[in-house]
Ligand binder design. Sequence first.
Ligand SMILES: Cc1ncc(COP(=O)(O)O)c(C=O)c1O
Length: 357
Amino acid sequence: MIDLRSDTLTVPSSGMLRAMGRAAVGDDNFREDTATNELEEHCAFLFGKEASLFTPTGTMSNQLALRVHTRPGDEVVLDEASHFNTYESAPSADLAGVSLNTVRTVDGVLTAENITDAVDAKSRDPRYSQTTMIALENTINYRAGRVVPLVALQDVWRFSRKKNMRVHLDGARLFNAMIASGTPAHEYGGISDTLSVCFAKGLGAPFGSILAGSRDEIEEARYYRKSYGGAMHQSGHLAAAALYALENNVSRLDEDHALARRIFDLVQQADIDGIAIDEVQSNIVIIDLSALAISAEAVVSRMSEDGVLGMAISRHRVRFVTHLGVQPESSGVVAESFRTAVCELDVTRKGKLSCVG
Ligand SMILES: Cc1ncc(COP(=O)(O)O)c(C=O)c1O
């Protein structure tokens, strides 16, 4: 099987399991878990923040940030393709009581201009809801892992200071952005009030995310983490996996990017008319089939017969995510399986050059 459904599918290596077993643990509720304390101190330092908090998932880190930065009735501006909108709109309303004001950007990159347009589209008379937070994402999952340029993030940050809005950066795949762009971690800490990263996406850890911010914000997030049921006890075994991932599995992310790029190149070379494939910048390949008379589900299902697994992320879009569990030489099989699936399923293309042979 070549399983490209998600980079959350990686499993701990034997080295990681040994590190987890050796971890010095205690009860994190008493702040006595040595490995968790070490991870939190390390991540705060890495991103140039005062403090950080280990949480079970990226969703929880995002939701804690939202809770800390907003009050019920507030509004948050964000790109419509962001994880916050596609998967967290209900919990955002449910847990934080906020509404999401989504922006349809060309490439997922929010600018001061499109945020202003979104804010000014409604009355901001004090009787009505105020925009108090901007949610950013980097890399952008549903924009084919787009790496947001640092200058664009800096612009939004400057804007947010003038407008008194808080900024949270959903950096579930921020290490991919760092490796792809060569941007140091602390630069990302400098353009957001809080940021989150995930250890279970492409880094081989079984679990966990970190939320970094000011000491006060993180203390408040600690309170909400407990009330949401996310406070852990001997979490050091898992923190040790995250520390191992940071040390061993971040610098190799460029291998995943190279594999995604090879899949992109081979699909391009197959010259299948009617498909649109987003430029690959990190470890995610997204192919849009809207112009064809076939569904993403059908393509994914046909490809699974060849042992290649992708994911239909919408009716017409297929996603392939590379990660450390995928062999680097698998690109040819993936591209060929995709070509075969499209040729077999789209009866209108019988005899077309890309489907011959
Ligand atoms: C950009 C982004 N943010 C947040 C999450 C949520 O992470 P988790 O599944 O750990 O809750 C994901 C999950 O894929 C993601 O892609």
